[in-house]
Design a protein around this ligand. Structure first.
Ligand SMILES: [Zn+2]
Ligand SMILES: [Zn+2]
Length: 168
């Protein structure tokens, strides 16, 4: 990245941080994200709802178009086409390339996951294949256990043989 590019990004971040501290932005979030009916568009959780971790969900507004970064007015004016309600967890996952499973909204999956659902949902949709996979997993686990047991036995035998060979 060249320096002017970095400066532009830094400026944009400073602007956003500044705008986000203004009342107009806080009111926008309160009005659209912190209402009883508002939900995260991805995991469908409400603001303040407790997560599995016991911490409350925090909803905020995401800009899905860079064009809204241009001015404070654009940034802080409700625009359902280019804004979405999103919780901080989904937002963070998104930055890591993951998204909420669109079927159960309960698991995070890779954003480019070809089946577009989590393993649990896939299994529910394909019970026969899921059953087969479980059998395979158990079979492989048994095989691994048998191989490990054989290796341990071989070591024991070696020690035993060595002791016998070196008896006085
Ligand atoms: Zn979410
Ligand atoms: Zn799922």
């Amino acid at each position: 990245m060249t320096n002017p590019q970095r400066i532009r990004i830094n400026n944009r971040r400073t602007n956003q941080a500044k705008w986000r501290s203004h009342k107009i932005w806080k009111d926008l979030v309160k009005e659209h994200a912190h209402t009883p009916e508002a939900v995260c568009e991805h995991c469908l959780k409400h603001h303040g709802e407790l997560k599995k971790s016991g911490k409350p969900v925090y909803l905020t507004i995401n800009h899905t178009s860079r064009s809204l970064y241009a001015t404070e007015e654009l940034y802080t004016t409700w625009n359902p086409q280019y804004m979405e309600i999103c919780c901080t967890t989904c937002n963070w996952m998104y930055e890591k390339g993951k998204k909420s499973c669109p079927v159960c909204h309960n698991q995070y999956i890779h954003a480019l996951e070809p089946d577009n659902m989590c393993q649990g949902c896939w299994d529910k949709k394909h019970p026969i294949e899921a059953q087969k996979r479980m059998v395979d997993v158990r079979k492989r686990a048994r095989e691994r256990k048998a191989i490990k047991a054989a290796l341990i036995q071989r070591e024991k035998d070696k020690v035993k043989k060595w002791k016998e060979d070196h008896k006085k």
